[in-house]
Design a protein around this ligand. Structure first.
Ligand code: ATP
Length: 425
């Protein structure tokens, strides 16, 4: 692959018509209002690699160098193209929805860091300065969207050469110290795009991994989320482990090869490997106080905390499942209410085959079993309103789970028999 000087043809060949039209109209609208507009980041990189692109990122350079460029242009585009501005931030960004796709607009900015790992101080800047604050050279490629030079490639950091050679390279030696979340991003890009860090970049990553310890839980979680959303998150997680990133996040955290194998075997067996399954797998080896420590480290919101907590709860419950001839209804009571991701993770890694089978049966079958009859049906059959309704519904569910009864008629006779045997006692 030789990186071209314009990506106009790639835009024409690879992007859907409505996206192409949007980029042209956005460029024209920006130009006629005194802005310069560039397509930047993932979409330029992915077009050059011939990979499917996500939603576009647009860089806005205003004439007056204020941080409002993105927000002002988003308003102009929304009214010119019939879209909606869905959010704006104090860092000079705005989100625009046109024709159902989301576009991020970013005011060209410069960032300075008061401390390693701190949030940056942001000031308006030119495209050259904005590109110089980016994470890796291949993310600094930009395409001009002005009408006269539509598609012209701007390569200020030799990103083209690195892309050609499959090299992931930071822009300066202290890049990972400035922002250690770039370490996790590096693991993600390497494994997703089949790249290798340049030797200097890898040496800096190993040297600076300890800076991950100073990053806030929210920022770590954001990058983990991006990894969990990958088609094969286990590759990036394995790479992060090779580089010892997890131990710097939390000393007890580790992504062992058995977790990679578990993710792969679940996927190969056709189970849905959702993003949160990878959180469950990451939390699976943790014992005693460590799940709590992970929740604290990640400042875990309720949904993350539930997966981490349930993964540990299941570790504690597992021994009680390895009982001969255990009934499905008994398994159900122990597992109902636990996060599905925790159950799926343990279904690949629980110590006994029989227990793994029970977890899968619960997940795929028993979890969804419902009685045909509801509370109203029970009342019309003669069960009085009150707590007994709940008791009978549970008995019916147990009988259904244990394959004692199957049909609505069998449920009705189960209830009638119960009423008449109660009347005779
Ligand atoms: P992808 O994951 O495919 O790269 P993307 O390009 O949209 O998606 P984002 O994470 O949304 O990636 O970031 C957009 C751009 O912002 C990146 O291309 C990168 O140049 C820059 N960027 C994001 N995070 C950082 C960071 N921590 N440090 C420097 N630049 C960053």
């Amino acid at each position: 692959m030789l990186v071209p000087t314009t990506i106009k043809t790639l835009i024409d060949e690879q992007l859907p018509t409505d996206m192409r039209a949007f980029l042209h109209s956005a460029g024209e609208c920006a130009e006629s209002n005194g802005f310069r507009l560039f397509l930047v980041g993932g979409m330029v990189r992915d077009l050059l690699l011939g990979r499917p692109s996500r939603d576009p990122d647009l860089l806005v350079q205003g004439t007056d160098l204020t941080m409002n460029g993105a927000s002002d242009l988003a308003d102009l585009l929304a009214s010119a193209l019939g879209g909606e501005v869905t959010s704006r931030s104090q860092f000079g960004t705005a989100k625009l929805n046109v024709n159902g796709f989301d576009t991020d607009l970013i005011t060209a900015r410069q960032e300075t860091y008061s401390l390693p790992g701190a949030l940056p101080d942001v000031t308006p800047a030119t495209i050259e300065e904005d590109m110089a604050r980016r994470d890796f050279t291949l993310n600094t490629l930009a395409a001009d969207l002005s009408s006269g030079s539509f598609g012209d490639l701007i390569d200020l950091q030799n990103g083209g050469d690195d892309l050609e050679q499959g090299t992931l390279r930071i822009l300066h030696d202290r890049s990972f110290q400035d922002d250690p979340t770039r370490l996790l991003r590096a693991a993600r890009y390497e494994t997703r795009l089949g790249l290798h860090m340049a030797p200097d970049t890898e040496a800096a990553a190993r040297r600076d991994a300890e800076y991950l310890g100073g990053i806030s839980g929210d920022r770590i979680r954001h990058e983990l989320e991006r990894i969990f959303d990958e088609p094969q998150p286990e590759l990036a997680l394995g790479r992060a482990e090779d580089m010892m990133f997890f131990s710097y996040l939390l000393s007890t955290l580790e992504w062992g090869p058995e977790l990679t194998r578990a993710a792969q075997s679940l996927r190969e067996s056709g189970y849905e490997t959702s993003p949160m399954l990878f959180l469950a797998l990451l939390a699976l080896p943790l014992m005693r106080d460590n799940p709590e420590a992970l929740m604290t480290r990640l400042n875990a919101p309720v949904s993350w905390a539930a997966v981490i907590r349930d993964t540990y709860a299941l570790r504690v419950t597992l021994p009680s499942l390895s009982v001969e001839n255990i009934q499905p209804s008994t398994v159900y009571v122990k597992l109902a209410g636990l996060a599905p991701e925790a159950i799926l993770a343990w279904s690949a890694l629980a110590p006994y085959r029989s227990v793994r089978g029970l977890l899968l049966s619960f997940q795929m079958k028993w979890r969804d079993v419902k009685t045909h009859l509801d509370g109203d049906d029970l009342m019309s059959l003669g069960i009085p309103q009150g707590p007994e309704i709940g008791v009978v519904l549970q008995e019916l569910l147990n009988a259904r789970l244990d394959d004692v009864i199957f049909t609505r008629e069998e449920e009705e006779s189960f209830v009638r028999n119960r009423i008449s045997s109660n009347e005779h006692t």
